[in-house]
Write a protein that binds this ligand. Structure first.
Ligand code: FES
Length: 114
């Protein structure tokens, strides 16, 4: 079975059945990941950065590419964990804080300055 590693301060690593999505693997290993749209490729809160083993993930389909393009996530290591299926060992980086839109990041920084 493929091994997946989530790089995060509370990250997990473990073997999971092939063809699970990265998000499903996280749930199976007890690692909570954001997934605001429920895995429907419409929110991008589940996105990860693939550090190792990108070639062991399923190809990016039209829906995933469309959302990555709209979010300006054009680097090949950006993937939506709800869409990327695992076919071999992979290591992904998960942000410590929830991904935010430009608006919410701006609001947070304004709030923290006051
Ligand atoms: S959970 Fe929304 S895009 Fe993956």
């Amino acid at each position: 079975m493929p091994r997946i590693t989530f790089i995060h301060s509370q990250g997990k690593s473990g073997e999971v059945p092939e063809n699970l999505t990265v998000l499903e693997a996280a749930e199976m290993l007890g690692f909570p990941m954001e997934h605001d749209c429920g895995g429907n490729a419409s929110c991008s809160t589940c996105r990860v950065e693939v550090m190792v083993g990108g070639e062991h993930l399923s190809e990016i389909d039209f829906e995933e590419q469309d959302l990555l393009d709209r979010e300006a996530l054009t680097e090949p290591y950006h993937r939506l964990s709800c869409q990327a299926k695992i076919h071999g060992d992979v290591m992904v980086q998960v942000p410590e804080e929830k991904w935010g839109t430009t608006e919410s990041v701006k609001e947070e920084s304004e709030t923290s300055q006051s």
